[in-house]
Write a protein that binds this ligand. Structure first.
Ligand SMILES: [Zn+2]
Length: 472
């Protein structure tokens, strides 16, 4: 640690003390807690848990050692012995149903030579910590770990159990992680509410602008488009060239605009956002919620052009990503295929969806089929719950901002848990919008988090769960 970062840390700890003010988030030893948070975070970042292959056992071994030292009991559940899930529970009096807090121990793979700081070095520099998993998801995991440690040490009386799930396989292998737990060990993790990645606080120019709380998400279910025709010599034109048919089909589907759909989450999201943007953008957000196609149509078009992720929250999206066609320039292939990344709106009727796509293509020689079965139903969590109310209050307290219920265009493991009943909410630390384009975001060739924001998020997480769980 350099003197400069140590000084910075000290001043941040002091600033945090002044800004937060709430008694229960500020024990006398808050500087020690901050130091401990950073230590666990760095230790977890140093465990190479790239998935595939995962090796989440490395992170689980670390967690076990920390929990053992505190006398916290835990259970380990593994479909694959190298990829275990760890569950720890702090008991309450059972007046209310438990709270589950999740963090995934695996990270996406790295191309180490593209990293300035080593991906598993957990290097601290200029107020940041660098490493794969810094914002996905060893931040949430560390905040959850600190919560459990504090609840045990402080022996707080709780009206409900608080459960930590350190899950494996989030990055593409839910069958060993959240899905495995939800399907086979629901008793160990079942809860009224759960919190996990899939939300976060947005900073711009160093200022907090909004907090996204993930309350629902789209469902990933790719499709394949296959065109067939007679094989032949490339020197002889054919009206039945499979490549030509496929190209036309892909173009039609990519240009198709599926119906605009608004649900509880996106309705609340765009309504709340209106007060936080310039008047002309506010008008777009107002118009897009109008039931009149003459009003919502141009608004949706503007979003597609200017804010495509907002457009994607309101529509099923179909994005061509792979074309697999032909093998020699002078051979017309007999079968060619395109794969589209389809993200279904939660209200989409999946039984009739493929027929819609076939109608759009309008070519009987072209086959359309699902690439795989459903495995991550989107699900949705309500906004009228105690958890959401407390979330709003704690986001106000720690970040002085409003909670925007958000529909993720990507998928999270909350879908697996929501499918079993718990109301799940996506949360996360504050991240600068400028950081992603600079190449420091999740899954980038460099990943980092502001130390001060990791610490703020850890305190926020503690207060959030305490408010919901402490004995009244
Ligand atoms: Zn993640």
């Amino acid at each position: 640690m350099t003197t400069r970062t140590r000084l910075l840390l000290t001043s941040l700890a002091v600033a945090g003390t002044v800004a937060i003010g709430g008694a229960q988030s500020l024990p006398a030893n808050s500087a020690a807690l901050d130091a401990e948070t950073l230590q666990h975070f760095q230790e977890l970042l140093k465990r190479d848990t790239q998935s595939p292959p995962g090796n989440e056992i490395r992170a689980v071994e670390y967690l076990k050692q920390v929990l053992d030292k505190e006398g916290i009991t835990y259970q380990v559940f593994a479909k694959d012995p190298q990829r275990p899930n760890l569950v720890a529970r702090i008991k309450g009096n059972g007046k209310k149903r438990p709270i589950l807090i999740m963090g995934h121990t695996d990270v996406v793979t790295v191309d180490a030579k593209k990293w300035t700081f080593p991906p598993f070095g957990a290097v601290r520099d200029g107020g940041y910590i660098y490493g794969r998993g810094a914002v996905d998801d060893k931040d949430n995991l560390t905040a959850a770990l600190m919560l459990i440690l504090r609840l045990k040490r402080e022996a707080t009386l709780l009206d409900r159990d608080v459960i930590l799930l350190a899950e494996s396989g989030e990055e593409g292998a839910p069958d060993v992680g959240a899905q495995f737990m939800a399907d086979n060990h629901l008793d160990a993790i079942n809860a009224e509410f759960c919190f996990a990645e899939g939300g976060g606080v947005v900073r711009r120019g160093g200022n907090v602008v909004q907090a996204n709380v993930g309350t629902t998400e789209k469902e990933p279910r790719p499709i394949e488009i296959i065109a067939r025709g007679p094989a032949g010599h490339g020197s002889v034109p054919s009206k039945n060239n499979a490549v030509t048919h496929l190209s036309a089909a892909v173009t039609k589907v990519a240009n198709w605009v599926p119906p605009l759909r608004v649900n509880e989450t996106t309705g609340a999201y765009f309504r709340k956002l209106q007060s936080m943007v310039t008047p002309d953008v506010a008008k777009v957000y107002r118009d897009v919620l109008s039931p009149d196609p003459k009003v919502n149509g141009p608004a949706a078009e503007w979003l597609l052009e200017n804010q495509p992720s907002h457009w994607s929250m309101l529509h099923t999206s179909l994005v061509p990503t792979i074309v697999d066609a032909g093998f020699r320039y002078n051979v017309i292939p007999s079968e060619v295929k395109a794969t589209l990344d389809v993200r279904l709106h939660p209200d989409e009727d999946q039984d009739t969806f493929l027929d819609e796509v076939r109608k759009v293509i309008g070519d009987p020689t072209v086959e359309v089929r699902w690439f795989r079965d459903r495995y991550r139903p989107a699900g949705g969590s309500r906004l009228d719950t105690e958890a959401f109310t407390v979330l709003e209050a704690q986001l106000k307290k720690h970040y002085n901002t409003v909670a925007l219920p958000t529909m993720g265009t990507g998928a999270t493991d909350m879908s697996n848990i929501r499918a079993k009943g718990p109301q799940c909410y996506g949360i996360g630390p504050a991240i600068d919008t400028e950081d992603g384009p600079k190449g420091y975001g999740a899954h980038s060739d460099q990943e980092r988090i502001l130390e001060s924001e990791l610490l703020r998020f850890t305190r926020f997480t503690y207060d959030l769960v305490m408010e919901l769980a402490r004995a009244r």
